[in-house]
Design a protein around this ligand. Structure first.
Ligand code: ADP
Length: 278
């Protein structure tokens, strides 16, 4: 049997002297899936993500990454498997230059010389950061700091990505570069778990997990999860605008994108027997 990329078995967690934050989370993510983790603030998404890289260990239960318990894996072994991006880029940037920031992880994983230089150059190019290679990340704008933080994760070429709100603060070309990286990661068979408030982004993933007060309230493909306004309301979330619009227009099935709404309307217009419009 193939070992799942990520397996959470009966995870319970509370911060020291705090209330329970994660309650009996059970989850199996096969390699190659892209998973969105959604839920209101405080529902436990970031806490769950921190378990995937061994930053936190469960009080009860086990976290297995490619079959290895995070309690027994070394930090270095986990870092080879999971690239983790913090919600705030400041929490992971510490190098004197953008180049050094991006080189740090691959160097730690053992890359040296020409192989390291090539990895760094290719990553700088991929994220449009080549011209900023000698700049200290700390003086860059928020969008660039975010991009450098994500590029430093991308440079690791890990099979699993665990990303906390990676697109916040990015738009236009910056956003497209990150999306292109994520799409390439998926196309190469990689696994992604992403905390996001952007339901439009969640709708593009293969699976959506809804958290509410430390529990998994729902788990399914976006077309199933976003077809349940009752469930989203229970989790304190509004349904995506395109889904609400499709429902208001009486279209069948959840319309996850505005272009789905347009396509359904165009099809309805073209349907035989329908009187021509004005
Ligand atoms: P989400 O990512 O869904 O917003 P979090 O996992 O960040 O949720 O937080 C879940 C709960 O855990 C919140 O009530 C938050 O205040 C609490 N919490 C988060 N980090 C810490 C911490 N380092 N120490 C104590 N409590 C924390």
């Amino acid at each position: 049997m193939t070992v799942p990329a990520i397996q959470l078995e009966h995870i319970h967690y509370a911060y020291p002297d705090g209330p329970p934050i994660l309650r009996d989370i059970n989850l199996s993510i096969p390699a190659g899936q892209s998973v969105a983790l959604i839920g209101v603030n405080g529902s436990g998404k970031t806490t769950l993500l921190r378990h995937l890289i061994g930053l936190l260990h469960p009080e009860e239960g086990r976290v297995l990454i490619n079959g290895v318990d995070t309690r027994t894996a070394t930090i270095a072994a986990l870092a080879r498997q999971v690239g983790f991006a913090f919600q705030k880029p400041e929490h992971q940037l510490f190098s004197a230059t953008t180049r050094a920031e991006i080189a740090f992880g691959p160097h730690n994983l053992g890359l040296r010389g020409a192989a390291l230089d090539a990895r760094v150059a290719e990553t700088l190019e991929q994220f449009g950061l080549t011209a900023l290679a000698q700049h200290p990340p700390a003086v860059l704008s928020f969008s660039y700091r975010r991009l450098v933080a994500l590029a430093s994760i991308a440079a690791l070429h890990t099979p699993i990505l665990a990303l906390d709100e990676p697109l916040v603060g990015l738009d236009g070309l910056w956003r497209r570069r990150v999306i292109a990286w994520l799409e390439a990661h998926q196309a190469a068979g990689g696994t992604t778990v992403m905390v996001t408030h952007q339901l439009r982004l969640a709708a593009k993933m293969t699976r959506v997990l809804v958290m509410r007060r430390g529990e998994l309230l729902a788990d399914g493909p976006p077309e199933e999860v976003f077809a349940r306004p009752d469930l989203l309301a229970e989790a304190g979330l509004a349904e995506p605008f395109s889904v609400a619009l499709g429902r208001a227009l009486g279209l069948p099935g959840p319309t996850l994108r505005i272009r789905d709404v347009l396509a359904a309307l165009t099809e309805a217009d073209a349907a035989p027997g329908r009187p021509p419009g004005p």
